[in-house]
Design a protein around this ligand. Structure first.
Ligand code: TXA
Ligand code: MG
Length: 346
């Protein structure tokens, strides 16, 4: 079913109250509102309403086995979502909220089963964006929001990305420009002992470990199947339509040579690389998307870059595996997922 989608432009730092109030009425009436967070745009609906949550799954074409994140504006709202909070939850929240950290906790009985895909656990975060926080305060209830893209497409970092995927499937889009961080939140399970990062993201692992040194992180991808106990590890996430080939190796010169050979051998190829690396590909028949000077810029540009290359109808997109530190770990994770695991070790 197609619905009419209204788009409103907002100032990212001082969102207009009338627009926020309109969006909040849409949420409270059980509708869908796409809104910016500091990470990516989210597709929001009332978290404690099973019917509203069901609309999110339908709009995205998301499998019911993949649970959503509940968003709150205030630590006092947490008991509506989660129970039996460990002491470390408050400590981590006071360090990192509002911000790009999602905590996996025991779910409250009030949370509808479809939000958590039937799990006993629930994911919660407090986003650090004036538009998201204003909306959350206006509705005064938790908002469930996955990234506002169609299932398996790259996450949206602009309102245009949201519209490219979801026009006619969402009631309201709040457009406040590009999202500053550009990769999704770090997901940390406090139900594992020691706590375990399930998805690297906007809060670097090093920052988490400065508060809690024993936090674990293991890369663990399952192919097409998601085990109910490890949702979100579905490999075919963030995929553009072109095939992504991810090149890795200690010898830079060899890696670049392998990438250039691939470009020469194939037709309709693009690369998504740092500004410094881009120089390696001048003069070749290749579309270049530049990720900028550092991992912060690369995170902000990665999904837009993948979408831009995809619009050119390429067959292949080549990338170089980033260093797995700071935001680089999240970049590496997203590129590996985009490549559906086809890492080429040079
Ligand atoms: O930055 C973000 O986190 C963005 C913005 C909109 O807040 N949201 C986001 O949501 O990335 P989504 O749905 O695209 O990703 C949520 C991930 C999913 O991969 C899901 O599997 C995982 O969180 N997740 C949700 N509940 C979980 C749970 N109870 N246990 C383990 N993982 C969970
Ligand atoms: Mg997503």
């Amino acid at each position: 079913m197609t619905i009419s989608t209204s788009v409103y432009q907002l100032n990212a730092d001082r969102p207009d109250e009338a627009t926020i109030s309109l969006a909040s009425r849409t949420i409270l009436a059980g509708g869908l509102v796409a809104f910016p967070t500091e990470t990516v745009y989210g597709l929001g609906a009332k978290a404690l309403s099973e019917a509203a949550v069901a609309k999110i799954f339908a709009a995205k074409g998301r499998p019911p086995t993949d649970p959503l994140i509940a968003h709150i504006a205030d630590f006092e709202q947490l008991p509506q979502i989660a129970i039996n909070l460990p002491a470390i939850a408050r400590q981590l929240a006071s360090h990192f909220w509002p911000g790009p950290l999602t905590l996996v906790l025991h779910k409250s009985a009030r949370v509808p089963a479809n939000l958590t895909a039937g799990l006993d656990s629930v994911a919660v975060r407090m986003p650090d964006h004036p538009v998201a926080l204003s909306l959350l305060r206006a509705v005064a209830v938790p908002i469930a929001a996955p990234s506002a893209n169609l299932f398996s497409r790259p996450s949206p970092t602009s309102a245009q990305h949201v519209l490219d995927d979801l026009a006619g499937r969402v009631d309201v889009v709040l457009d406040a420009g590009n999202t500053p961080i550009g990769v999704e939140s770090t997901i940390l399970s406090l139900l594992h002992d020691p706590p375990c990062v399930l998805r690297p993201g906007g809060v670097p692992l090093e920052a988490l470990r400065s508060v809690m040194p024993d936090i674990r992180y293991e890369t663990r991808f399952v192919g097409e199947e998601v085990a109910a106990s490890s949702p979100g590890s579905l490999l075919r996430h963030y995929s553009p339509r072109a095939r992504v080939l991810l090149f890795s190796g200690l010898d830079e010169a060899k890696v670049f040579a392998a990438m250039r050979a691939e470009i020469t051998r194939r037709e309709r190829v693009g690369v998504i690389v740092s500004a410094a690396d881009a120089r390696q590909f001048t003069g070749l028949d290749v579309a270049i998307e530049c990720l900028g000077a550092d991992s912060g810029q690369a995170a902000a540009r990665l999904f837009a870059g993948l979408r831009a290359l995809d619009k050119r109808g390429l067959n292949f997109i080549l990338a170089r595996a980033p260093e797995k530190k700071g935001l680089g770990l999240a970049l590496w994770d997203r590129l590996l997922r985009a490549s559906v695991g086809s890492l080429i070790e040079v």
